[in-house]
Design a binder for this molecule. Sequence first.
Ligand code: ADP
Length: 262
Amino acid sequence: MEVAAEPGNLAGVRHIILVLSGKGGVGKSTISTELALALRHAGKKVGILDVDLCGPSIPRMLRAQGRAVHQCDSGWVPVFVDQEQSISLMSVGFLLESPDEAVVWRGPKKNALIKQFVSDVAWGQLDYLVVDTPPGTSDEHMAAVEALRPYSPLGALVVTTPQAVSVGDVRRELTFCRKTGLQVVGVVENMSGFVCPHCAECTNVFSRGGGEALARLAGVPFLGSVPLDPELTRSLEEGRDFIRDFPKSPAFPALSSIAQKV
Ligand code: ADP
């Protein structure tokens, strides 16, 4: 029997996945977005909570920029990004007056908003809530973990690029998970080689295999290697549904299979 969700909290959410990366630009928001789309195409109901307060890019990636968040009796109503209403999104991007506006807040104000995103959003019944976090391990991560912990199962998915320096940053992420008692769902290696569209040969632009080696060393699951894919970049720029529209692209197999492993 389905238990009705308490209005305005996460009681109706079955799995929460925090997406972490050691630094910016490694594809954390990309993996969050594509994971949500792949889960949705697998028939799941998905929410995305964008707590990357200083760089909220998910609304753009899902062509939801400029949409408004409304209030209802049980709190904020997240924005539905698809007609079927199977992906809902909450982001600070919806609260800013323009996409170019910067969030210049000190830690306590950011932490308060993160707590509010957890307690005051009417998420309803979800199979998965994907939480896109800022890069690194900051106060915001602590605020998110503290606010979300009562609603476990709470897991972390760690994104890295293959080169050693990024892998080194990820080691710190894994330490953060251990210290905060977060279960690591797995590591994803992104930008893992480039498949030439003309000859199909793979060039390892940033080397390859660092993410898998790290996962093995840390004893956590390895979820896959996502290659650099210009069609993925284009799809994100245009706010398109990559999983639906680009099934023949090099990044498709890895991105769609991550959703089966979380
Ligand atoms: P982060 O959230 O870690 O800062 P993003 O997800 O915003 O990183 O990605 C940074 C840029 O790299 C974006 O423009 C995105 O479109 C692009 N990108 C990420 N992963 C890939 C990939 N596998 N192939 C092509 N472009 C990618």
